[in-house]
Design a binder for this molecule. Sequence first.
Ligand code: CA2
Length: 172
Amino acid sequence: MTVSKDVDKDVDKGVSKGQGKAERPSQELRILVVHGPNLNLLGKREPEIYGTQTLADIDADLAAGAKDLGIEIEFIQSNHEGDLIDRIQGSMGYADGILINPAGFSHSSVALRDALVATGVPVVEIHLSNVYARESFRRRSYVSAIAIGVISGLGAPGYRFGLEALVKRLRA
Ligand code: CA2
């Protein structure tokens, strides 16, 4: 399992040069976890909506899940749309699937959606809160239609469920 590894410095980057999974030293599936803007505040503000777990708690739980599943996992959180897009592009040829909470960009970013589509890998969209039970503008996500599935309203455990579902799909 690899946690918070920098994709660009990965010695195994040969996979982005046209080599298939068969040439990889590691046969483990690789998942990129993407956390959108303001999620760095988790556990510090609005616990009644987003719960009491911090982003570090969520990532630690996902890392434990990755170990159980025998996969590699990496994490990024950014408040900047371009940084998220750069990292998603940088994962091409590396990540086998993407678990993403696009946060506020869910409702605004065609560019983020385009980057996810460009990777060609399955995407699972996570929301801590039930976006359908809140303001109407949260009901439209640019990501949902290109995701294989969406989990919304189950709080922090939703990430683990999403990871398990993504890995199950990749192994099917
Ligand atoms: O429910 C979710 O996970 C959201 O993606 C969270 C976004 C919101 O814009 C989406 O509609 C639903 C907001 C993330 C902000 O996170 C905070 C966490 C703690 C305190 C303040 C904001």
